[in-house]
Design a protein around this ligand. Structure first.
Ligand code: HEM
Length: 501
């Protein structure tokens, strides 16, 4: 029989046998489980996930409530859709839900999930987080990067300025990607990342492929006992190919640092240098292998690049659609930075509308609307329901941002709702505002993320007036979302920039 026929036929046979087994011998439990929408044999509720899971899960929760236990293939998955239930998971039972589920692609791409973001809860995760927070993401380290951040913003502004003289609109998605990626490279490697690097290494392509692989609802993760399915769908091979490209890049980066340090040329203060010194310290109780280093570097690149540029992209898109908000923001920034060619970090402290605007963007367009999945390490009870051990947990923050009981006209852009409002990014209010997650696994880079985004945004509206491309009207502007590692705009953001001075 031809191989092309053998694969689908064997797949159908296995599906059939498993469906019969499930129908004849359903798993019995005396537990009181949360409600579950009607499921199909074998796939359970997988068909209800759709291309934009935050939206489809929100719709399901309207019918079945803020705690639903879906059966995604073989994996029971708790979906949490209210601030009250989010508080149960991220505060009351934070320790029980502090682990991450096993993700096949992450195992391939992140050296056996030895990074921080996908690592199960435990000593290894704790050490990786400590290294990243102490040496790159702490408030003190971020402050020491202020000068570098200003340089990188100036570089982005000059690129936009050059492009603004052309008749065609500017592809801002590309420029914003290079900016956030370039800033992380500077912080991590201590050297700039320029167009030549991009052309040589194709980072944008590699990052997009990685985002799709790591962020997708991959079928294999929902059928762990059918590992061979992976090879049928070709996902294993795609992940291995992309992973080997990253591995070459990282090996080269580390080798360059080792060579520079040998020659005494390194400045000895970037993140790779710090990692090398931890590795070479015989007194450290934690052994940092080369794979650990590479996994942590990828965490910083993957965690920081997409979230940053996507936030800036949604910000400009919303400003173009809301001219009154654009004017109010420009008035504030241009007033406070009057006469300056560039807004600097220390000008930002009293730009209250800018801060409120960024908060509103992270409510309306959270880059990670489902946060990052958790997994229960023990069984527990929530609101009278039994949650078994090893249940996957998705907190649908997006559903919380659309809750009319919390937010007035939740679909509208209204930065004013955050003015004179004590709510911050720590998520400790009533768990209604958690764009960075909360609890032990909360994003460790809130300070870095907010600082760089505020600085970039202030300068983008200070330096330029923005317009839609000629012939386009607001109604044509495409705000369609696409879901990968983050939720971003499906189409590239194309705008016309007119220098203000
Ligand atoms: C606007 C910017 C950002 C947003 C909205 C964001 C959002 C998030 C969210 C929602 C989580 C999951 C938290 C949870 O499970 O409760 C997370 C985790 C994480 N983020 Fe961020 N992030 C941003 C920027 C960054 C940056 C700049 C970096 C690195 C340089 C980063 C690195 C990470 C890492 C490593 C984790 C995993 C933490 C762990 O598992 O212990 N993020 N982020």
């Amino acid at each position: 029989m031809a191989l092309e026929l053998l694969i689908p036929i064997s797949l159908i046979l296995v599906l059939l046998l498993l469906s019969i087994k499930l129908a004849l011998f359903p798993t019995k439990t005396s537990d009181k489980l949360p409600p579950c929408p009607r499921k199909l044999p074998f796939i359970g509720n997988l068909h209800q996930i759709g291309l934009l899971p935050h939206q489809s899960l929100h719709k399901l929760s309207k019918k079945h409530g803020p705690l639903m236990l879906l059966q995604l293939g073989q994996v029971p998955t708790l979906v949490v859709s209210s601030s009250q239930m989010a508080k149960e998971i991220l505060k009351t039972h934070d320790l029980i839900f502090a682990s991450r589920p096993k993700v096949n692609v992450a195992d391939i791409m992140l050296y056996g999930s030895q990074n921080m973001a996908f690592s199960p809860y435990g000593e290894h995760w704790r050490q990786m987080r400590k290294i990243a927070v102490t040496n790159l993401l702490s408030m003190k380290r971020v402050q020491s990067l202020h000068g570098t951040m200003e340089e990188q913003v100036a570089h982005m502004l000059s690129k936009i300025s050059d492009a603004s003289s052309s008749v065609s609109p500017i592809n801002l998605s590309k420029i914003l990607f290079s900016f956030t990626n370039g800033m992380l490279f500077r912080a991590i490697l201590g050297r700039s990342f320029d167009e030549e690097d991009e052309n040589k290494m194709k980072f944008h392509e590699m990052m997009e492929e990685t985002a799709v692989l790591l962020g997708g609802f991959n079928v294999e993760d929902y059928f762990p006992s059918l590992g061979w399915l992976c090879s049928l769908f070709g996902l294993d091979d795609r992940a291995k190919r992309t992973s080997s490209k990253w591995d070459c890049v990282l090996d080269q980066m580390i080798e360059d640092h080792v060579n520079m340090n040998k020659k005494g040329e390194g400045e000895d203060d970037d993140f790779v240098d710090v990692l090398l010194s931890i590795q070479g310290d015989p007194n450290k109780e934690f052994f940092l292998s080369k794979d650990h280093m590479k996994a942590l570097l990828l965490d910083m690149l993957f965690g920081g690049t997409e979230t940053g540029y996507v936030t800036l992209e949604w910000s400009l898109a919303e400003l173009i659609r809301n001219p009154k908000v654009m004017k109010k923001l420009q008035d504030e920034v241009r007033g406070k930075a009057f006469g300056k060619s560039m807004v600097k970090q220390n000008d930002l402290s009293d730009m209250n509308y800018l801060k409120a605007f960024l908060k509103e963007i992270l409510r309306l367009h959270p880059p990670a609307p489902l946060l990052v999945p958790r997994e229960s390490m023990e069984s527990c009870r929530i609101q009278g329901y039994d949650i078994p051990k090893k249940t996957r947990v998705i907190v649908n923050y997006w559903a919380i941002t659309r809750d009319q009981k919390i937010w007035d006209s939740p679909e509208e852009l209204r930065p004013e709702r955050f003015e004179n409002n004590p709510i911050d990014f720590k998520g400790q209010h009533n768990y209604e505002y958690i764009p960075f997650g909360a609890g032990r696994r909360m994003c460790p880079a809130v300070h870095y993320g907010v600082t760089i985004t505020e600085l970039a945004l202030a300068n983008l509206v200070h330096r330029f007036d923005w317009k839609l491309p000629d012939g386009m009207v607001i109604e044509d502007f495409d705000m369609t979302e696409t879901h990968a590692l983050t939720v971003k705009m499906k189409s590239n953001l194309l705008l016309v920039a007119k220098p203000y001075f």
